[in-house]
Design a protein around this ligand. Sequence first.
Ligand code: SAH
Ligand code: SF4
Ligand code: F3S
Length: 485
Amino acid sequence: MADHSAAPSPKKKLYIETVGCQMNLLDSELVVARLRQEGYELTENIQQADAILYNTCSVRQHAEDKIYSALGRIKRIKERNPDVAIGVMGCMAQKDQAEIFRRAPHVDIVVGPGQLARVPELLAQVRAGEPPRMAVSRARKDGSLETIAASFQTYDADREPAMRPTPFQAFIRVMMGCDKFCTYCVVPAVRGPEQSRPPEAILAEARLLADQGVREVTLLGQTVNSYHYRLPDGRSFRLSDLLERVHDIGGIERIKFITNFPNDMTDDLLQAVRDLPKVARYLHVPAQSGCDEVLRRMKRMYTVASYEEMLARIRATIPQVAVSSDFIVGFSGETEPSFERTVGLVGRSRFKNSFIFKYSARQGTKADQLYADDVPEAVKKRRNNELLALQTAISLEDNQGWIGRVVEVLVEGPSRATTRRPGWDGLEQLTGRTACDRIAVFDGTERLVGQFVRVVIDAASAVTLFGRVETTERVGATERPATPA
Ligand code: SAH
Ligand code: SF4
Ligand code: F3S
């Protein structure tokens, strides 16, 4: 007769969807790590889930619309199975708060990005039949958000390899929040004030990740180059110091950091990028606009000339550096001549790539209070397409310059059908990235996943380098150093 008393209790199933930036991907990883300890396992089948979580973004209207329509679609799941717990976490939870319960009454928990350590407790409560719960950070008198709970520091140390981009690539938060208050941006209102984590916590996390087999870490902050921590002896510990210390960790072979704020691009940081071989020669430094008047209204605190001076300093300091940028088109009051100035900046700057967004007015931001969203949607769209076409032409030219050269690639996995080389010959294809964040696709077997390989580039599109793994047979030749692509 079978002994049922020893049967393990069945695992609870968790379905999670994440939108937004890398900070959100990391937050989802940390939440899943916690929930695993509570007996949850991941499922990709939403119909079978015991808990459904959405980690949300508020940066543009489109990101919010996506979540509200997903919530609408799952209403029927809740009707069929009232035991399933539905949670909305992240930036939209902080921004919309109880409004989410009004618009989607089947939601059980609403948890802001500063309160995510409480997700397991809140889920358990609603699954035990308690009424819906909300945990958000409170606004202070001046309207800014309260400082995020210290519990976050320990919360960051729980990791979940299955939720990473790959098991050997991981994000590490070095800062929380943002103090820049660009007038268009909702992030400071939902992520709270800027706080740098203590170096020891970050380094301990990097060592833990290295022990788990992570080879590439990306340090995350909204303005990561503003990182500064006051040590007990009063000295200031900057991002360049942190890079040096992460560089010493065995097993970590590539270090990236995003996103940089133009005004805080200090020489010590540029020199660290130049001098530390594991640090990727890749800098994401959003310009947002090429028109001084628009930049002033965005409160970016720099001019086009000072941005370009900074760009020249980057290129003079770091050979073969790749720089990428973000732009917003159709911001309040952006005239045709001001847009043309942005076109001019993109044409001159030769970014590796640029992310281009149509301005989306965000409730509660200074821009929304002070300026009208006066550029028609059709004009935003046209400017977006025009700027994208220019950047794509530059990216293509830049990528074609790599044909015939060897790049070092960290192999991420099989290439998706859409990214395969035109005229693909049926062999298995892999995808990976160079240190400068360029995507490379080449023939190879899955055995190479997680390895660094040298790839000879023989074709290029605007977004992808195509090539083949360099053969190791050499007739007495010495190894050529791979170019830091
Ligand atoms: N902290 C980072 C990223 C912020 S959000 C930085 O400062 O660069 C990522 C990008 O979204 C921004 O760089 C900006 O280009 C864009 N963005 C932010 N708010 C926006 C809005 N209201 N409408 C359209 N794009 C926006
Ligand atoms: Fe938003 Fe500006 Fe902060 Fe970036 S620096 S998160 S754009 S307020
Ligand atoms: Fe979005 Fe929040 Fe990131 S608003 S861009 S998920 S910080």
